[in-house]
Design a protein around this ligand. Sequence first.
Ligand SMILES: [Fe+2]
Ligand SMILES: [Fe+2]
Length: 274
Amino acid sequence: MSTLTVRKLNVDLSRGFDRYWLKDEVYRSAFLNALSMSFPLGEQMFIDSVRAVPPDAILDPALRAEVKDFVGQEASHRYVHQQYNAELVRQGYEYVLEEKTRKRMELIARLPLHDRLAITCALEHYTAMLADFVLRHPEWLDGAEDRMRTLWSWHAAEETEHKAVAFDVYKTVGGGYWKRVLWYLHVSLVFWWEMSFQTVDNLKRDRRLWKLSTWPGAARAWFGRKGLAWHLVKPGLDYLAPRFHPWQHDNRDLLQMWLESNDDAFRSIGSTPA
Ligand SMILES: [Fe+2]
Ligand SMILES: [Fe+2]
């Protein structure tokens, strides 16, 4: 039996949401909007890379079932973030990196399987670290519209739940240490550069880029007492260890807590029997 559950989120974004859905924290919403913009193409790439593994290459039936549910979860994230991003377009934002990202995804699709999976593992590590942060510090989203808070924490819960799937697949097909780590270093540079670039563009369209009030909020978000930067250092470096495994950082308690206190936020579609 798979350890994952595919869930349908009970959040309707069809009536849009406020441009300043995180109240005065304009930097945080610009950053989260930038992440959201990158998800549909990125998550499609994750799906394609695990699906490119020949079915008989995964002998463990539980992992095979988890791959199926991983695809189910990422597909539902894509769907919800497409709705989210459509609202951003209506509000006048633009995913300025879209064309470049689309071309990069085409290039990645032509790489050997181990490279595609190593890139997926690296990005899944980033989503897992960010997800842990969102679940551990719900106050980072204080002031958010309820639907947006639910959406981000649902995505964080599922990213936590499936954080080891791509990694286990990579190991199962014989993926090695250096490829995993070199792609991680490369992905880290591209990911942070592009997220910063898109965040700045979002702020520009808000006419908030040059407002003095924006940057203390940004500094707090990254370097405040519970800032994101401090949270990323240790797990970010842990990935470089030859014996790293995503569940060495066991945060199932956070996941369980969120699921139990938000069971009205989603409908479980189920998990795949192994
Ligand atoms: Fe996702
Ligand atoms: Fe994921």
